[in-house]
Design a protein around this ligand. Sequence first.
Ligand SMILES: Nc1ncnc2c1ncn2[C@@H]1O[C@H](COP(=O)(O)OP(=O)(O)O)[C@@H](O)[C@H]1O
Ligand SMILES: [Mg+2]
Length: 383
Amino acid sequence: MAIKKLKPVIDTLSIPQGFEILPNPLAIFQKSTGELWANPAFEKEFGKDTLNSFKFKKPMGLIQDRPVHLSALSVIGRQEGFVIENSMGNKIPVELKVSRLAESNPDTYLILFEAVTDKIELQKQLIQNHIELQGAYQKLNQTQAALIQSAKLASLGELSSGIAHELNQPLQAIMGFSQELKYMEKLSPTGSEFLDDVIHASQKMAEIIKSLRSFAREAGDQVTDTSVQNAITEAGRIMRHTLLQSGVELEMNCPSELPLIQANPIQLEQVFVNLLSNAKDATASNPPGEARIVISATHNGETITVTIKDNGCGMSQEVQEKIFDPFFTTKSVGQGTGLGLSITYGILKKLGVQISVKSEVNVGTEFTLIFNTNETNQKGEIA
Ligand SMILES: Nc1ncnc2c1ncn2[C@@H]1O[C@H](COP(=O)(O)OP(=O)(O)O)[C@@H](O)[C@H]1O
Ligand SMILES: [Mg+2]
């Protein structure tokens, strides 16, 4: 398809002189003959050679562009989604504005071409910005959730520290006097039994107070070179008896050559004890001989990944969302304090360790901890 120059036919088409020098790319189309004339601005915009090999197409996505029939140039109004292909093979997106040249002449149409490359670029940019904004929004939400979690922990930490302190003194008195009473003579057997119950209950309370205190981070939290493997082994040792009693099999896959990390060894042990203890509780209703916990560590570049996996009761999505909340427990009174995981979360967060959980009801649960090794930290300092 070729386009002719407009200037020589201006008179024939009874177009006012000077019309062709308008700065916008435009063409006149005569429907009956299928002839097309363009002004100099058109050549300027789309290239001189474009007149000789005018290619006017409609992009079809992944399919090859479809040539546009010239009758499209006699459809009055605004039309989008065309490209003009110039002699270099470049495709320039355009929009058309078609109108009658004169109301009295239904055969001749005026077509204004508007290159919309900028518009399309702008659209692409807008979409890109939108995606980035969505990402930022998601990040903001996550940060907000983490902030709420730390704020909750901080205020509860203060509160628990106070309560723990206040309760501990009278409790020490109860325990002391009960122990003494136990050695006094003339205690009936029933009295002695009651006293045993009192002592047992006080010990339980002392344990709760101890965990409240460590929740409030009263326990020292100086960090030092720490071996993840030692903390896991030690936690396993502490839990061995309980696990054995409950008939839970514990498998440990831990390479001996793990790099050191920065942590407080006692707190790290506590993290693993908490996770093992929860895993054990989760398997309580497994058939005998079928309770199993696997704790594995792997070292990959500058991180150590530890997973604690059980084949216990698992958790619903709803429970998973709350497990790090202080005092959240699904266990019966006396069984759980709901502090284990919030303590764990607090300790790990301070060390910059990521903790995540995957769980399926009636299948099991896997906690994953990702530690930065000393090597990463040193690199961080240099940078
Ligand atoms: N391995 C697990 N399998 C199933 N549920 C778990 C597991 N670990 C934690 N949970 C859930 O998270 C809750 C909170 O745990 P935690 O903070 O340690 O408190 P507690 O053990 O005293 O209930 C538990 O009550 C339990 O519902
Ligand atoms: Mg627990």
